[in-house]
Design a protein around this ligand. Structure first.
Ligand code: GLU
Length: 315
């Protein structure tokens, strides 16, 4: 969808994209396999852009908080890479995309007991196991404090969503206990799962997500003051995995339509990182069959077209 010939980032552009993209929420369905998520109005929509040098522009229900769900996996992965190192992390999981859905069990049994990547639920639970091993019961606070350094305030999690997921997480429990049974995980699996449910329930606005996107887009610097926060190598590793695995079995479609690294969550958020330029985040709860926000994907596609995220047009 190209709205006009070419634009610069400004309020008018984002308002225009919202008007065009938001109505597509009607073609999706709000997640209800975590019952508490289904209480979110399908009509909410917000879109925020955070440039790596500080400017921010946003539109829609920008004060609406929602749960990060799988978008939190970029935080836990980058935190684990910083604190434990890539060698430790990738001993327990791979870096390859998988054509399976986010909570697939199949590959663990038929291909390898190591999760294919850190963004599949199995990989993210394995990251939680590593963080729990390092920090014990304070792992969530350590992760939240790391996130707070990026977004400017230590985030909290939504207890109702967390409890709701915990009560219905048979699938994630299966993944965790299966990994324990084959020796990929060791220890008290219920503690790893609790950490996973809490991290998925961290609440955010799209501007906060856009700040996280800007961190990776800048190679590891904070948009607020330009200070280095994580190693460039960590940012590059996360960006690579977002490109190939960030939207699960919808990653190819996102690459074609939007063309930059992204990460989605079943709460309806999508985070995009535009290297060297900005973080962009969108929120619209109704999802497509692969668990990605329908209107969110449309909005990011329009933004990419308008702002030339792929940077291939002649000057
Ligand atoms: N908490 C969700 C789950 O584990 C996250 C899934 C997602 O956002 O893709 O099922």
């Amino acid at each position: 969808m190209i709205l006009t010939k070419r634009k610069v980032l400004c309020q008018e552009l984002l308002d225009e994209i919202r008007a065009q993209a938001a109505p597509a929420y009607k073609h999706g369905k709000v997640a209800d396999y975590i019952p508490e998520l289904s209480r979110m109005s399908p009509e909410y929509f917000s879109l925020s852009c955070q440039c790596i040098h500080g400017e921010a522009v946003e539109t829609g229900d920008t004060s609406r908080r929602f749960t990060m769900q799988s978008i939190s996996k970029v935080l836990s992965l980058s935190f684990a890479l910083e604190r434990l190192g890539a060698r430790v992390v990738f001993k327990y999981m791979g870096t390859e995309p998988s054509a399976d859905s986010f909570n697939s069990l199949m590959r663990l049994e038929i291909a390898s007991p190591k999760p294919s990547n850190p963004f599949m639920n199995a990989g993210a639970i394995a990251i939680c196991a590593l963080l729990y091993k390092e920090y014990g019961d304070s792992a969530f606070d350590e992760l939240a404090s790391y996130a707070g350094g990026i977004i400017g305030a230590v985030p909290t999690y939504d207890e109702r969503v967390c409890e709701s997921e915990k009560a219905t997480a048979d699938r994630n429990r299966s993944l965790a206990y299966f990994m324990k049974s084959v020796g990929t995980l060791r220890g008290d699996v219920s503690c790893f799962l609790d950490l996973y449910f809490k991290q998925c329930s961290i609440t955010c606005t799209t501007l906060e997500l856009a700040k996280i996107g800007a961190l990776f887009a800048s190679g590891g610097r904070l948009a607020s003051n330009g200070e280095r926060y994580i190693k460039e190598k960590t940012a590059h590793t996360v960006l690579g995995l977002m490109t190939t695995c960030g939207l699960y079995n919808g990653s190819g479609e996102f690459a074609v339509r939007v063309g930059v690294p992204g990460k989605s969550g079943v709460g309806g958020g999508i985070l995009a990182a535009v290297p060297g330029r900005m973080g962009a985040a969108v929120f619209s709860p109704p999802l497509d069959s692969k668990g990605n926000s329908v209107a969110g994907m449309n909005a990011l596609e329009a933004l990419s077209d308008e702002l030339d995220f792929r940077n291939t047009r002649d000057e």
